[in-house]
Design a protein around this ligand. Structure first.
Ligand code: ADP
Ligand code: MG
Length: 242
């Protein structure tokens, strides 16, 4: 399980995460909604051990991200794709994907490359293995980014607004891949503004507001008048987004 327990994060005098609790079980798809600045990216960065916590605890399959000796194990289990394309620009698509399996997991190069090519094929990019990021469209880059995360065989796939820098056509390309992964039982924490898509693929939806996790409900209940919509902030957010 991925366990976020009473997490607090401050930047100077600003409390960005305020007692956040979240549990993600294997096989679940959990979408994280909330206005810009509500703390969604900070939450993902905390799960990755990229931020020091000011309170609480995060464990990934039992490994505590705040303990230096456990962080590497925790990170192997949570593959992350960020909003901005964070591929290595001087490496081909295939090399971006195989780097960590070879260097971190010590996988034989031929094996890692065969798996990398299979991953590229699964996202419709079998013929782009040797392309550099600059030669790929934004949607193609994000699909390579997803392959790179999956190459580590993570228990959890964390996605932070992976489509928000893409045009509608490229967004659709990437969402199709994510729908396929959700259908295959991939466990995902999905930060997004794609409300309708989140509604289709999520088991649960959580809503962050100014660092407080206001709502955590099964998807159907989140969109129900007597469920998430009974929260004025959620109703307001959803009406703005549509
Ligand atoms: P979201 O992803 O929901 O838009 P963020 O997690 O990026 O929100 O940011 C939450 C709040 O934390 C914002 O007010 C943002 O300005 C602030 N913040 C994020 N990162 C830093 C940082 N490194 N230093 C100071 N403030 C930050
Ligand atoms: Mg963000």
């Amino acid at each position: 399980m991925l366990n976020v327990e009473n997490v607090r994060k401050t930047f100077g005098a600003v409390t960005v995460l305020d007692g956040v609790n979240l549990t993600v079980k294997p096989g679940e798809v959990v979408s994280v909604l909330g206005s810009s600045g509500s703390g969604k990216s900070t939450l993902i960065r905390c799960i990755n051990g990229l931020e020091r916590l000011d309170g609480g605890r995060i464990t990934v399959d039992g490994f505590d991200v705040s303990r230096p000796k456990e962080l590497a194990e925790a990170r192997k289990r949570s593959g992350t794709v960020f909003q901005l394309f964070n591929l290595y620009p001087h490496m081909t698509a295939l090399r971006n994907i195989t780097l960590a399996p070879i260097e971190v997991l010590k996988r034989p190069k031929a094996e890692a490359e065969a798996e990398g090519r299979a991953l590229l094929a699964s996202v419709g990019l079998e013929d782009r293995a040797d392309a550099y990021p600059a030669q790929l469209s934004g949607g193609q880059r994000q699909r390579v980014g997803i392959c790179r995360a999956l190459a580590m065989k993570p228990s959890y796939l964390l996605l932070d607004e992976v489509t928000s820098a893409l045009d509608p056509e490229m967004t659709a390309e990437v969402l199709n891949i994510l729908a396929k992964l959700a259908g295959n039982g991939t466990t995902m924490v999905f930060v997004t503004h794609e409300i309708e898509f989140a509604r289709q693929i999520s088991d649960r939806i959580v809503f962050l507001e100014k660092g407080v996790l206001l709502v955590d409900l099964p998807t159907r209940d989140f969109f129900a008048q007597d469920g998430g919509l009974a929260q004025p902030r959620v109703a307001q957010f959803l009406s703005k987004m549509r």
